[in-house]
Design a protein around this ligand. Structure first.
Ligand code: IPD
Length: 320
């Protein structure tokens, strides 16, 4: 039978909230470097490629749950998948903690990133930051949404786990709003009006590192853009949350070379359903696969589709 995307969305939403509790109550002291660090790419530096017991425990919990509910679907997760290769089969894609380095440093910009893909395309995405309790969620064709606490509060009941009696309290504590929340305030499609995220990632040498340095310098500096450089660059440490920030309107664009399908699959559904666009991080790649490893994400144009093309070409131009 065809997968029921609404049901899958609801299941992922609830699992993300439960996994969030595991993260907020954990102590990130048991830090290790990823075992796959050197086998996946010799330029991934072990000192910048961290994993904690919590990453592993969350992956085990989420996959255990999904395996018993959907035994025939494939699983692709950061801590257990050593190739990062996606197949056309129905697949759950998980990054248990996107932003492990932030987690290790008690910096609360982290997320659980959970997606479902069909025929190599992510079609359901849930990105949850358990510290801010903001959950971004989307199903292809149905729009993107942010469910968030109305007011900072001690600990409201979770939307997914509420009993009928608790439901009223949940409604009083959380609002769900369609994305994007903000319309661009500036002329659209101009690099020199953008707040753009880049990430340092965990590759600190080699060809991708050189491309990153060249691209960052080109975007932030004057020599390539001839006075048209971005307003500023941000490196916040979670690919999934960066994509959601573009969807929400907090960032205009995000470029990264070196991340994986599990970092971007869920955010991909959120940002495209919010009217944004994901293209390849290399010039000319208009239709990248979700495991392309280098991406450029831009928000929707002010007057509808199409205008984002100008910005995409400006960023690619900096790289060229
Ligand atoms: C990392 C984060 C980071 C990005 C890296 C990712 P992780 O994911 O998304 O922002 O720069 O490329 O690997 O390792 O914290 O799950």
């Amino acid at each position: 039978p065809e997968p029921n995307l609404q049901e899958i969305h609801d299941v992922l939403f609830d699992i993300a909230l439960e996994a969030g509790d595991m993260i907020t109550s954990a102590n990130p002291s048991s830090v290790d470097t990823k075992k796959n660090s050197l086998t996946m790419s010799p330029s991934r530096h072990p000192a910048s490629d961290l994993v904690t017991e919590t990453d592993k425990a969350v992956e085990e919990f989420v996959f255990g749950h999904l395996r018993s509910k959907y035994p025939s679907y494939a699983l692709l997760g950061e801590e257990t998948s050593h190739t990062g290769t996606l197949t056309p089969a129905p697949t759950f894609i998980l990054d248990p903690i996107d932003g492990t380095t932030n987690f290790v440093h008690a910096h609360p910009y982290i997320s659980i990133s959970l997606a479902f893909s069909l025929n190599l395309r992510p079609v359901v995405g849930v990105v949850y930051n358990p510290f801010t309790q903001q959950i971004y969620h989307a199903i292809t064709g149905n729009g993107a949404f942010l469910t968030a606490p109305c007011i900072p509060s001690s600990k409201p009941p979770r939307p997914g786990s509420a009993t009928a009696n608790e439901q009223k309290k949940v409604e009083a504590h959380y609002t769900t709003t369609q994305l994007p929340l903000q319309q661009p305030l500036r002329p659209w499609g101009k690099l020199d009006t953008c707040l753009l995220a880049v990430e340092w990632g965990n590759e600190r040498s080699g060809a991708n590192w050189e491309t990153k340095l060249h691209t960052f310098a080109g975007l932030a500096g004057d020599s390539t853009t001839k006075g048209k450089m971005v307003h500023s660059l941000r490196s916040l440490g979670s690919a999934a949350l960066n994509m959601c920030a573009v969807a929400r309107g907090d960032l205009d664009a995000y470029w990264e070379g070196g991340c994986w399908a599990w970092d971007v699959a869920a955010g991909w559904v959120v940002v495209t359903e919010a009217g944004g666009r994901v293209v390849g991080g290399n010039p000319g790649e208009w239709e990248p696969r979700v495991d392309a490893r280098r991406y450029l994400v831009v928000r929707a144009g002010e007057e509808g589709k199409g205008q984002e093309g100008g910005l995409i070409e400006e960023v690619w131009g900096v790289m060229g």
